[in-house]
Ligand binder design. Structure first.
Ligand SMILES: Cc1cc2nc3c(=O)[nH]c(=O)nc-3n(C[C@H](O)[C@H](O)[C@H](O)COP(=O)(O)OP(=O)(O)OC[C@H]3O[C@@H](n4cnc5c(N)ncnc54)[C@H](O)[C@@H]3O)c2cc1C
Ligand code: SF4
Length: 356
């Protein structure tokens, strides 16, 4: 027996795109999402606008979701988790737990799109003072304030005069074992710097970086406007520590362009935290028996010429559960996974028909 259904675990941008593709092909889909809402990190972490389009994140995600809502080909299981797995490609049987009850779902193929979580900047070191000083925040916390048009000093609610971003927090760091670049934080920090200058034209904004990594059109759509139009100050340097002096924060380190020590007083420090595999990604990889790399991301087989195959036949992976990925990567992988999964369930159905 084979099943023509595809089960998607994770309803973020990658999972949503996979579901849209499958529904368009007439393949029935079940989406299992652990949160009570679809949309993934752009919704859960309150993104203000998307890089590089600067489109409102809620509106963009609502547009992406519209074809799924009320679609008879799509079953939604929100606030749910996959708790059991058996069978083989073409005929998997999964247990889905929700509201204290268990449901069994048969599917010919599975797409894992369980995404990432933000690096916890207090986990390994306190050198940037995240858990010590209220005015040291993370990129997602800054994004939320920008969305609400209330970018303030969290300690006293005053408007900041000087804001600094510190790049590569939790990424490109051999000491903590995250040697990879998280790919999006240079662009997202630069986008936020533009928004701070738009919302608070009097504020000075600094970005401390090792080197700026902008991909493709992010360079001309975000980086150059940030410098030239919005006068964001990019400082190539290594930040050694963040201290408190009076009611301000002081960033201490070395300006590596000028080759001399630097000390800059600011009101708010934004840590550009990188990506790590989400807890759900680690759990699903274990449950489904998928090979993971040393960081815990799901290993995709055949990269760079194949992007969504995993070590288990019939199980595909898409988006930031496979490694640092921006929205374009994640959505493209979701589409590729949909095509592979549709082809697999059709082939298995044909083979079952031929032998049956
Ligand atoms: C601060 C920050 C800002 C960013 N801003 C941008 C931007 O402006 N532009 C851009 O291109 N990229 C941006 N990114 C990257 C972007 O967020 C990701 O590319 C994108 O969210 C990845 O989509 P995804 O669907 O793979 O994963 P996610 O968005 O993480 O979605 C995964 C979904 O799976 C669900 N899930 C997890 N585990 C389970 C489980 N076991 N069972 C069921 N469901 C589960 C989660 O609840 C979630 O809904 C940003 C990243 C960061 C760190
Ligand atoms: S995108 Fe930029 S800030 Fe993020 S890890 Fe890469 S170099 Fe560092």
């Amino acid at each position: 027996m084979s099943s023509g259904r595809v089960l998607i675990i994770g309803g973020g941008p990658a999972g949503i795109e996979a579901a849209r593709g499958l529904a368009d092909l007439g393949v029935p889909v079940t989406i299992v999402e652990s949160r009570d809402r679809l949309g993934g990190m752009p919704i859960a972490a309150h993104y203000a606008t998307l890089t590089p389009s600067l489109e409102d994140a809620e509106q963009a995600m609502a547009r992406m979701l519209a074809p799924l809502l009320g679609n008879p080909a799509v079953e939604l299981r929100l606030g749910a988790a996959v708790s059991g797995f058996a069978g083989a490609a073409g005929d998997f049987e999964l247990s889905v737990a929700r509201n204290g009850s268990q449901e069994s779902v048969r599917a010919g193929a599975i797409i894992v799109a369980t995404g990432f979580q933000h690096f916890d900047p207090g986990r390994e070191t306190q050198m940037y003072g995240y858990y010590e000083f209220d005015d040291v925040i993370t990129l997602p916390e800054s994004e939320k304030m920008l969305k609400e048009h209330s970018f303030v000093r969290p300690s006293d609610g005053r408007l900041p005069e000087r804001v600094a971003f510190i790049q590569c927090v939790g990424s490109r760091d051999r000491q903590i074992g995250n040697e990879f670049c998280s790919k999006v934080c240079c662009g997202v920090a630069s986008k936020q710097a533009i928004e701070i200058r738009q919302q608070l034209p009097e504020a000075k904004v600094f970005i401390f970086y090792i080197d700026m990594r902008m991909y493709g059109y992010w360079e001309n759509r975000i980086y150059w406007p940030a410098q030239e139009q919005y006068k964001v100050n990019y400082i190539r340097g290594i930040v050694a520590e963040v201290l408190k002096k009076g009611d301000r924060l002081v960033i201490r380190g070395e300006d590596t362009t000028l080759g001399r020590p630097m000390e800059i007083a600011v009101d708010v420090v934004v840590l550009s935290v990188g990506m790590e595999p989400s807890q759900g990604t680690r759990e699903m990889a274990r449950l489904l028996g998928l090979r993971q790399n040393k960081y815990g991301y799901i290993e995709t087989e055949g990269v760079p010429l194949a992007t969504v195959l995993t070590s288990v036949e019939g199980v595909f992976a898409a988006g930031a559960c496979t490694g640092p990925a921006d929205l374009e990567d994640s959505v493209s992988m979701g589409g590729a996974a949909a095509l592979k999964a549709a082809a697999l369930v059709r082939k298995k159905a044909l083979a079952a028909g031929a032998t049956g």
